[in-house]
Design a protein around this ligand. Structure first.
Ligand code: SF4
Length: 315
């Protein structure tokens, strides 16, 4: 029987923004008195959230559910200005883990709104990042979820339109939406660099490359993780079967018996220990040879905010 092998995409798993949010929460848990609240999921990954719950973090869906004066962390996906205002009124002690790339998107939207533009935000309306960004100016920001919406969305003044995108979208699909918008609005304003972050870009590029080499790709991550779902799509677009693996038992529902080369990647919020467990499981299934496919080296790191560094020093 021919040897089975596994190709691991690199980079895969935790991005700089997720690592930053997890490090922040870890520091808060060590330095601040419980209970610690977190507004919505810190990052979109079940294992991470469950692990934090076991350490005492209380996840809430509404800022009003955080008792006045308590410690609360804002997730990597960011929040709207309304929520910041309510937090101030309720005198909450806020630790803000918004990823700097998401903050950059908020800044761009505010700037376009100041210029009198109507902003078209390409993204998934259900996603926390999108609702936070739209909250910058709800009457001047319209979310576009699909290509067809780009072709039909009404705007008050076709000469004053800007477009921004959620940070974790599929690069090529987003380009198609932007092309339609540019045809409709020749003076469309966009940010000089793509709003899709480097980590999303790198993981998609690497997933695409391993999809070309493998018979099947397993994408590890939670089903509510935008960038994880986009990795599945990228692989399938290459004509390679791809499956999302959210928990170890998911492997059992997939027929891997005939697969000789298995590709493996992980979304930006998928922790390494989970990736390690799936690799070990596949090795037991006969995928003994493990090859790392390095597309690009990542060396981005966001330091802890000063307030947390000071807390750490006092400990
Ligand atoms: S995927 Fe990109 S935008 Fe999202 S947390 Fe990671 S680095 Fe930040």
């Amino acid at each position: 029987m021919p040897a089975k092998r596994m190709i691991l995409a690199s980079p895969r798993g935790f991005c700089a923004g997720v690592r930053h949010a997890v490090e922040m929460m870890d520091t808060v848990l060590r330095c601040c008195p419980p209970p610690i609240y977190c507004l919505r999921e810190l990052v979109h990954n079940r294992q991470v959230v469950k692990g934090l719950e076991q350490r005492g973090v209380r996840f809430v869906a509404d800022i009003h559910d955080v008792p006045g004066g308590a410690c609360v962390m804002f997730s990597a996906h960011g929040v709207s200005p309304d929520i910041r205002q309510i937090a101030r009124q309720r005198r909450l002690r806020v630790f803000d883990a918004t990823c700097p790339f998401v903050t950059r998107l908020h800044t761009a939207v505010r700037s376009y709104v100041r210029q009198g533009c109507h902003v078209l935000l390409i993204g998934n309306r259900q996603h926390d990042e999108v609702s936070g960004v739209q909250g910058e100016a709800p009457d001047q920001v319209t979310v576009i979820g699909k290509l067809e919406e780009a072709a039909a969305v009404p705007v008050p003044d076709p000469k004053r339109v800007a477009a921004v995108t959620q940070t974790t979208l599929n690069l090529s699909d987003t380009q198609h939406v932007l092309d339609v918008l540019r045809q409709r609005f020749p003076e469309l304003r966009t940010t000089p660099r793509s709003d899709i972050c480097f980590a999303t870009h790198h993981r998609q590029q690497s997933a695409r490359e391993i999809a070309r080499l493998a018979d099947m790709v397993l994408v590890l991550g939670s089903s509510n993780s935008s960038n994880t779902n986009r990795l599945v799509e990228v692989c399938r677009k290459e004509g390679t079967p791809a499956e999302l693996i959210a928990r170890q038992s998911d492997i059992e529902r997939i027929d891997i018996g005939s697969i000789l080369t298995m590709g493996l990647t992980a979304g930006a919020s998928t922790p390494d220990p989970f990736v390690g467990k799936i690799i070990a499981r596949l090795q037991k299934e006969g995928f003994k040879e493990v090859v790392e496919h390095v597309t690009v080296e990542e060396n981005v790191h966001f330091p802890l905010p000063r307030s947390l560094r000071l807390l750490q020093e006092k400990k």
